[in-house]
Design a protein around this ligand. Structure first.
Ligand code: ADP
Length: 193
């Protein structure tokens, strides 16, 4: 069976994680942030090392490794009863992050909506990441050069993912607003769907 899925889309710092975490607390929604799955790995495990190697440079982890790890996480969550595919909507944040990943996941996901969080103020985006670096001890947020490389990777590899899906399921959300207003806009669309 395909998983009924909502994609949270947007540049690093746009607020996908903040909104995804809230949505994941609503019954029948299951939030999965791919970056969190990577960060839960031990730094000295084989995939943990690969993750650190790429993320510390602001680059994407290779697609095959990412998809394998993601499947492992989803299967584990299903077995543990945290994710119930028959009744839950999957809220994905940070995956698919390349067109190749979207293609690989085509037979796995039934994407019913894409929420594209758009932030026009690039300075604000960078500030959010730098604040998060301190709060969450994230190495990839601490360094301005790495942040810039992540934004460039996003534009080059992730933005084209939007072209993979039908335009009619894409909803643009103004992510310059405060988090509760962004949430309100997201929920308005969810209620309608
Ligand atoms: P952000 O959205 O702020 O860049 P994430 O926590 O989503 O942060 O991701 C952190 C890092 O984890 C990325 O820069 C990348 O190296 C790696 N990563 C996360 N998701 C993926 C993915 N789907 N494919 C490849 N690499 C990923």
């Amino acid at each position: 069976m395909k998983y009924r899925t909502i994609l949270l889309f947007g540049a690093p710092g746009a607020g996908k994680g903040t909104q995804g975490k809230i949505m994941g607390t609503i019954p029948n929604f299951f939030h999965c942030a791919c970056g969190d799955v990577f960060r839960s790995l031990k730094a000295d495990s084989p995939i943990g090392r690969v993750f650190l190697e790429y993320s510390s440079r602001g680059q994407l982890v290779p697609d095959a490794t990412t998809i394998d790890l993601w499947h492992e996480f989803i299967d584990g969550s299903t077995k543990a009863g945290r994710f119930r595919p028959e009744q839950d909507t999957l809220v994905l944040d940070g995956i698919p992050r390349s067109v190749a990943q979207a293609e690989i996941l085509q037979d796995t996901l039934e994407v019913v909506a894409i929420f594209y969080l758009r932030c026009t103020n690039e300075k604000a985006l960078v500030q959010r990441l730098q604040r998060r670096a301190l709060k969450e001890n994230r190495l990839d947020d601490a360094n301005l050069e790495v942040i810039q490389e992540r934004q460039a990777t996003y534009e080059r590899e992730t933005e084209p993912v939007l072209g993979f899906y039908e335009k009619k399921i894409e909803h643009r959300i103004n992510a310059d607003q405060s988090p509760h207003k962004v949430l309100f806009d997201l929920l308005k669309h969810i209620v309608k769907s």
